[in-house]
Design a protein. Sequence first.
Lengths: 227, 227
Amino acid sequence: MNHKEEHFEGSEMLSDIVIGMSDGLTVPFALAAGVSQAVDSNMVIVAAVVAEIVAGSIAMGLGGYLAGQTEREHYFNELKREYKEVDELPDKEKQEIKDILAEYNISENTQNVLVNELAKDKDKWVQFMMKFELELSEPNINRARKSAMNIGISYIVGGLIPLLPYIFTKTPNDGFMYSVVLTIIALFTFGYFKSKVTGQNKIKGAFKTMAVGLLAAFAAYFIAKLF
Amino acid sequence: MNHKEEHFEGSEMLSDIVIGMSDGLTVPFALAAGVSQAVDSNMVIVAAVVAEIVAGSIAMGLGGYLAGQTEREHYFNELKREYKEVDELPDKEKQEIKDILAEYNISENTQNVLVNELAKDKDKWVQFMMKFELELSEPNINRARKSAMNIGISYIVGGLIPLLPYIFTKTPNDGFMYSVVLTIIALFTFGYFKSKVTGQNKIKGAFKTMAVGLLAAFAAYFIAKLF
């Protein structure tokens, strides 16, 4: 019954894995499919895909971490601004809360009582404004760091699956065929469990995830064939 | 003064461009740097990078769109659940609202008055729970579609910048050198304007964006050199 709690606890790591692995399975798979049409050495395909996995995991992991830092700075800027407004324009800030409550048909009398109780404690007042007016929660920086790691690692793990067949075969075409088969299975399985975790239709989710991967791979494949 | 409005209006497209272009500048740049160390034909580098740009833009664009759809399904599932709970366990739902208000030192009397006013209109009550208990807003599906397009196109535009030098030079090393120079300038400029738009320190933001791109490129470069 506690769906708020269910929704947040432990699911953050899963959400990171989903983000990293979705892209990790898709982009290196498609890149390998594309490059397999442009070269005749598996070594070059493996070098390209490894380079992409390294770059992609850094871009997603570190990029995500820095985006988290920026979000945190944004939160504290808004917090400072909210404290300033509560000090300088208390009536305007009170009116903003009353406007929010009015949207839910709360009577003017109750609006006034609530706002006056809230205004007794400036910290609580600002917290209320941050959450209910600006809809901002304090970003957790440790979470951002862990999240960056989880996403980066999931990207690498995802990327290794389409890569492996090119390591263990001798020609780009063999690598391509096994990579397609292996990655279709991986995308389908991943899409299935992803949907299970997020409470969506599992089969539909599995097909959707597979479709994105296949579309990306076939687009890359046919475009690289033009070279 | 209306920072809520400032925060949301028009900034969504910019946010999409930032997401797409950050990765578009970084990953194709790093991939090209890596592949330039493993092959001796610019044609192969261009084929690989074009394949990656196609795959990356589809993965980010379409993947993002489908994630938006899933989020929307999640919203409506929770909405249904909230209606059900309001019907079947009204006292529990009322208590949840009272608990939220209690966190802000709202007196029990005011909690009761507000909850009883809210409970008069079931739709408003459920809306209130969605926003203030679950912190969910109804995702806009048109927004998700536009967002997917914006992100995909920004990724392509970003990716063309590191790619162009390999088209207009004759050897991988020449392409690599010009690509590094051009992309450093692009990353710095992009980081600068990104920070300007989000109200962060512009020079710091420019260096951060550049650092992620360079780190990804050098990691890809040195790993590809091993092949």
